[in-house]
Design a binder for this molecule. Structure first.
Ligand code: GLA
Length: 376
């Protein structure tokens, strides 16, 4: 039990599910994530020292960070994300003062629902609140992304941190990752609901594969720029891509990676229209097409995510299902008719278990705000 009275503030940031627009944020594309009720909460109080004391509600350890030496905790399990976030916030010119931070995270680690982004964003927001600063969620997201790049060594895009900080209840975030222009689109699915399921693949080591994909898209961009005046892959329409890409001397899988990006950008455009027009079936088909492209062209799914998405797609109550997040393991997101929800979970679990040998998990979650600050 947390004795909230012992703390000054409770600051939380959201996990996220990405509805569509996968592996395109770092290519300047538009993405469509939503912030979740699964979140990381930081309880914060000043301690008058030059240290940050970290503790967790579900891990029996305590770690102390020296504020003057925040760059020393890269390899310290659990402390690395809080330390990296505090360091980047400090480097961005903000005050980081002695405090006790208690972490309470309801986002399963390794689920692909951005527990790390939520930890980064909530840590920074807690430090800012403690210093009496007015919160700027976009700045917090950008600094959190820097912590991921420079401290954790993952060359991620901005989607997760942005969704975690700037999410809005019952809305998808249509975020242009090139300009950071953002439009909130109400999630109006009528008789349908979003279902987030974890394939529970153990040892989901995504970092190296993720950085490899990013390098492939950068090489593809450099090659395409010899023919087209573009600043990022998202600048190409599918037609332009087909015209420009022919006859180039592609390396490895670079062409198919670029093809995924270009067509996925187009699917986001269509998905936003479908969402605004309340066309759930069209939206579902786009989710299915996105999964197929991530499986066949971008190659970031794997047997477990494929089995889970396929089992979902085959169920009569489901109009569409796809992997969400970086891939290789983690979660799928599906659009399911409310009347068939219980049967959907039962049947998908059964089919998945038969194929993979263990069960998936389904999460009860809703779409909520990004950063939330409560004075205690
Ligand atoms: C991870 C990254 C994001 C994004 C997704 C794939 O979640 O952190 O920036 O690239 O993968 O869409």
């Amino acid at each position: 039990m947390i004795n909230e009275k012992n703390y000054l503030y409770k600051v939380s940031a959201a996990g996220r599910v990405n509805l569509i627009g996968e592996h395109i944020d770092y290519c300047g594309g538009k993405v469509m994530p939503a912030a979740l009720s699964l979140r990381n909460t930081v309880y914060v109080r000043p301690n008058g020292t030059d240290r940050i004391n970290l503790s967790w509600t579900d891990i029996p350890i305590r770690i102390t960070l020296e504020i003057g030496r925040l760059d020393r905790y890269r390899d310290v399990k659990y402390a690395n994300y809080p330390a990296g976030s505090a360091l980047m916030w400090q480097r961005a010119g903000h005050t980081v003062s002695g405090c006790d931070l208690l972490y309470d995270c309801s986002i399963p680690f390794g689920s692909g629902l951005s527990s790390s982004a939520a930890i980064e964003v909530s840590t920074i927001a807690a430090l800012a609140v403690l210093a009496g600063e007015r919160l700027d969620p976009v700045e917090i997201a950008l600094v959190a992304q820097r912590a991921e790049h420079e401290y954790a060594g993952v060359n991620c895009g901005i989607m997760d941190q942005y969704a975690s900080a700037c999410g809005k209840k019952d809305h998808a975030i249509l975020l242009d990752c090139k300009t950071l222009a953002c439009e909130y689109v109400p999630i109006l699915l009528g008789d349908y609901t979003l279902v987030v399921a974890n394939c529970n693949k153990p040892h989901n080591l995504v970092e190296s594969k993720y950085n490899e994909r990013r390098a492939e898209t950068e090489r593809a961009l450099a090659l395409l720029r010899t023919r087209a005046d573009i600043s990022c892959l998202a600048d190409l329409t599918p037609d332009a891509f087909e015209r420009v890409s022919r006859g180039l001397s592609w390396r490895g899988a670079d062409e198919q990676r670029a093809r995924h990006v270009v067509y996925e950008c187009d699917r986001v455009r269509l998905a936003a229209d479908a969402m605004k027009g309340g066309d759930v079936k069209a939206l579902g088909e786009l989710l299915n097409a996105s999964h197929a492209s991530l499986r066949d062209l971008y190659e970031v799914t794997g047997a477990e995510l494929d089995a889970l998405a396929e089992a979902a797609q085959a169920h009569p109550a489901c109009v569409g299902s796809r992997m969400t997040g970086a891939g290789f393991g983690g979660c799928t997101v599906s659009i399911v008719h409310k009347d068939g929800l219980e049967d959907f979970k039962r049947e998908v679990s059964r089919v998945y278990f038969e194929k993979i040998g263990y069960a998936p998990s389904f999460y009860h979650c809703s779409v909520e705000d990004g950063i939330v600050v409560v004075e205690l």
